[in-house]
Design a binder for this molecule. Structure first.
Ligand code: AR6
Length: 190
């Protein structure tokens, strides 16, 4: 448009295609997203908590916790379990347990990758197409987000490049503009 000034912060692209699917980055509250499945950043006792876990249980209602209690007795770090979505727009919630950051020397990167891998595998096993995930472990669990972002995105890319998959779109729902920027930088470098 004539007279408009160029963007002050030329942004990295927020969408990238891999195989027949794409990775999308948005700044959003994950509980509002109308996707087949959302991923929760849970703890290994699946007891609920703060952060995105608290937000998901608040928005989804008690049905999600009831199902967790009935079907599971916890979940190891690096793995995930699935429930229905309760009152959420999403049909399913995949409760993934990322590692608590210690010093980076206790398999934290491998455990984070494993949590995402298992989450996307569950989505695929259930035939879901659109999945949204938060930045697991980078809040209360203290995993540095600049190290977490490339791990998350690498696993998402690999999930989309699987020879047989139902997943067509993986959205990362990030809470702050700074987190979006970090993920965008990592997505560009993937
Ligand atoms: N939508 C999207 N992202 C969010 C939302 C939301 N509604 N709320 C927070 N985030 P965290 P963790 C971001 O702490 O580090 C809980 O008590 C947040 O800004 O939710 O894996 C669990 O029960 C951050 O970037 O999860 C566990 O005990 C990201 O989500 C423990 O916290 C993850 O932060 C798990 O800690």
């Amino acid at each position: 448009m004539r007279g408009s000034s160029p963007p002050q912060n030329p942004r990295r692209p927020l969408v990238r295609e891999f195989g027949g699917g794409r990775v999308v980055l948005v700044q959003a509250d994950i509980t509002t997203l109308d996707v087949d499945a959302i991923v929760n950043a849970a703890n290994s006792s699946l007891a609920g908590g703060g952060g995105v876990d608290g937000a998901i249980h608040r928005a989804g209602g008690p049905e999600i916790m009831r199902e967790l209690n009935e079907r599971y007795s916890g979940c190891p770090t690096g793995s995930a379990v699935i429930t229905g979505g309760g009152r959420l727009p999403a049909k399913a919630v995949i409760h993934a347990v990322g590692p608590r950051w210690r010093d980076g020397e206790h398999s934290e990167p491998d455990l984070l990758a494993s949590a995402y891998r298992r989450a996307f595998a569950l989505a695929r096993e259930q035939g879901h197409a659109t999945v949204a995930a938060p930045s697991i472990s980078t809040g209360i669990y203290g995993f540095p987000i600049e190290r977490g972002a490339p791990i998350a995105l690498g696993v998402a890319r690999d999930a989309l490049l699987e020879p047989v998959t139902t997943i067509t779109e993986i959205t990362f729902a990030l809470f702050s503009p700074g987190d979006v920027q970090l993920f965008a930088d990592a997505l560009a470098e993937l």
